[in-house]
Design a protein around this ligand. Structure first.
Ligand code: SAH
Length: 369
């Protein structure tokens, strides 16, 4: 649970991010009725209030008590919005209470506007094709901070405009498992009037034991797995944590996930020239796809030039357009469901894998060899 202020006694709990049960427990702990938990849950997450004074069905004395006992309502401050003139994609820059910057990306599409949210400040995974990985890791976000990205973007749009949420911004959601799970519970609760789980996708690089935990959680959220190569050695080169949680172990966990949740997995596949777009890559991918309910999301590799990569990262080039087209067509010829995520927001460095805070140069990404 988050608190604000430094030093023991000054710490006031921040309610944003509390689940329904936690809110009820909180009201019990301050000698109030538990049903107040439901009311405030609805105000915080359903009505997106900015102040306790907006809570019309809560007596004034209780609103005052809450103001005294708890910390701020918003866990983030919106710093700037950048809009791509080409696609209408918007990048929202936020600051956390302790001064870190994070980003969310809104991808407008007719009837299915999608919000891409972050789960960590930076990312500890160091994937060689991803700008966020190259900027290093600061800390996990709280469920409140994950939710507030949605709150601010919703307030910037017409209410109800966001139809889908994807956990594909900065960070690895399954390395921030508890707060991610709480945020999913909050988004999908009836009192939130928010986003149903079937419209939420959690994308993971593959933390096998956590995939199993998520399968057993009872939350039937859609899962996307950043596959990128069917060969362990190549995948390890691109995604170092593959040495710890191998592709083999992850695929076992994913099979379990698809069975438990009765959903199909989405394999994300960033096309990198000469690395994963060869004939043998195609053959392995077909074999894998025939072995479980899945679809493939092919993503053209987005350039990292804006962060001046070095070492192996600097060698990575996007597959040529024609090769992507041929690859996709060949997969479809095998009756595999393929979508292609054409780049959105590259002009504002908001495309997949390009999120790294550069805005005011306060947080320069650490260059790695
Ligand atoms: N850590 C999670 C979620 C964040 S990344 C994960 O790895 O799945 C969201 C998606 O963007 C992932 O599929 C990731 O592989 C992809 N991605 C990262 N860098 C990219 C780049 N430079 N170009 C295209 N896609 C990229």
């Amino acid at each position: 649970m988050s608190t604000e202020g430094k030093g023991g006694n000054n710490k006031k709990p921040i309610l944003k991010g509390y689940t329904l049960k936690e809110l009820k427990d909180f009201f019990s702990s301050i000698d109030e009725k538990r049903f107040r938990g439901e009311q405030i849950f609805n105000w915080l997450y359903g009505h997106l209030i900015d102040s306790y004074d907006e809570m019309q069905n809560v007596p004034k004395v209780l609103r005052q008590k809450l103001t005294e006992l708890t910390g701020v309502i918003d866990t983030l401050k919106l710093i700037s919005i950048k809009e791509s003139p080409q696609t209408g994609t918007k990048k929202y820059l936020f600051e956390t209470l302790d001064g870190y910057k994070i980003e969310s990306v809104l991808i407008p599409e007719l009837k299915r506007t999608t919000l891409c949210i972050s789960t960590q400040v930076g990312c500890p995974l160091d994937c060689k094709f991803c700008a966020t990985g190259l900027m290093g890791f600061k800390r996990n976000l709280t469920a409140g901070e994950i939710f507030d990205q949605y709150k601010f973007v919703t307030k910037d749009l017409e209410e109800g405009a966001i139809k889908n949420i994807v956990y594909m911004g900065m960070g690895e959601p399954l390395l921030n498992y508890d707060e991610t799970l709480k945020s999913l519970e909050i988004f999908s609760h009836d009192l939130t009037k928010g986003i149903k789980l079937k419209r939420i996708t959690v994308s993971t690089v593959g933390i096998a034991p956590k995939i199993i935990e998520l399968a057993d959680s009872g939350l039937r959220v859609k899962l996307a797995f950043s596959l990128h190569s069917c060969f362990e050695d190549i995948r390890s080169k691109l995604i170092p944590i593959n040495d710890k949680y191998s592709l083999r172990e992850n695929l076992q966990a994913i099979r379990y996930y698809t069975k438990q949740t009765r959903t199909r997995i989405t394999f994300e596949y960033v096309m990198i020239s000469g690395i994963n777009d060869r004939e043998e890559d195609f053959k392995e991918l077909v074999k894998l796809c025939k072995s479980m309910p899945c679809k493939i999301n092919v993503i053209p590799f987005n350039s990292l030039e804006h962060i001046n990569p070095t070492g192996f990262s600097a060698e990575l080039q996007p597959s040529p357009y024609e090769r992507i087209e041929a690859f996709v067509q060949a997969l479809r010829d095998q009756n595999i469901v393929v979508t292609v995520r054409y780049t959105q927001g590259e002009d504002i460095a908001a495309a997949c894998g390009q999120l790294a805070i550069l805005e005011d140069e306060e947080e320069k990404p650490i260059k790695k060899k």
